[in-house]
Design a protein around this ligand. Structure first.
Ligand code: OOG
Ligand code: MG
Length: 234
């Protein structure tokens, strides 16, 4: 298991890929924990968790059909309108998401968000245990403006735009029927205790993910919630 976590951590820090099938484990979340502990030991702080594969579009794109989760750290955070550094990524993709802010075990605020995923597995091809061990491809995230949760967030239009062109259209309904269900799942899955106050929960992509190119501008718009944006470095 340590070899497995070491290999994933080397792939992360060395910006290189591993081939699916190289490792096996009965407990992929223990490997994930080991991988994330290495990041925390280097000074990163855990700031929340992300859910993955909460929509059919994502399950179909990745050929995996179970909700998964991983850790977010402060090093993954990109300011709204900030820049995604490609030199530290293998083959990044972006996806439109909704973020929740946690207080007292409940949803305190909601925001439009972009998740940057970047699998350490060659060509983004992996099994369910492999993507879990790889911290569910977590690589970066942008959170737009926090706001009180409006009435009815279960069917808000979602757009993903790259360089001003709409590349994905969806609805928050794609996220387990209502993104608040993703929050409930996050609360259920969070290991050992309640999710700490001020944590961020990413509910999972509403559409398939899209690869980014150097210099591209990425914009996510969620009806009623507004936008989140990033610029890809050239
Ligand atoms: C796994 C991560 C999926 C989502 O929002 O569904 C995910 C992957 O697709 O590499 O973050
Ligand atoms: Mg995601």
């Amino acid at each position: 298991m340590t070899d497995y976590a070491d290999a994933l951590d080397d792939a992360l820090t060395g910006v290189k890929e591993l081939r699916s099938g190289s490792f096996a484990t009965d407990d992929p979340y223990a490997v994930q924990r080991d991988v994330v502990d290495r990041r925390l030991a280097r000074g990163e702080k855990a700031v929340g968790i992300k859910l993955g594969l909460t929509s059919r579009a994502k399950m179909q794109q990745m050929g995996v059909d179970e909700v998964i989760w991983g850790w977010l750290t402060d090093a993954m955070r990109i300011a709204d309108g900030g820049s995604l550094d490609l030199s530290q990524r293998i083959h990044p993709k972006v996806e439109p998401e909704v973020a929740f802010l946690v207080r007292g075990g409940e949803i305190a605020a909601i925001a439009p968000a972009i998740e940057v995923i970047d699998s350490r597995w060659l060509d983004f091809k992996f099994t369910l245990p492999e993507v879990i061990a790889d911290n569910t491809s977590a690589a970066g995230f942008v959170v737009g403006n926090w706001q009180p949760v409006p009435a009815g967030v279960e069917n808000l239009g979602v757009l993903l735009e790259i360089d001003g062109r709409v590349v994905q259209i969806g609805s928050t309904a794609a996220i387990l029927g209502d993104p608040r269900r993703a929050f409930a799942e996050a609360a259920r899955l969070y290991p050992g205790r309640a999710i700490p106050d001020e944590s961020i929960v990413l509910a999972g992509a509403a559409t398939a993910a899209v690869s980014v190119k150097p210099g591209s501008a990425v914009r996510v718009e969620v009806e009623k919630l507004g936008t989140a944006q990033l610029k890809v470095s050239s």
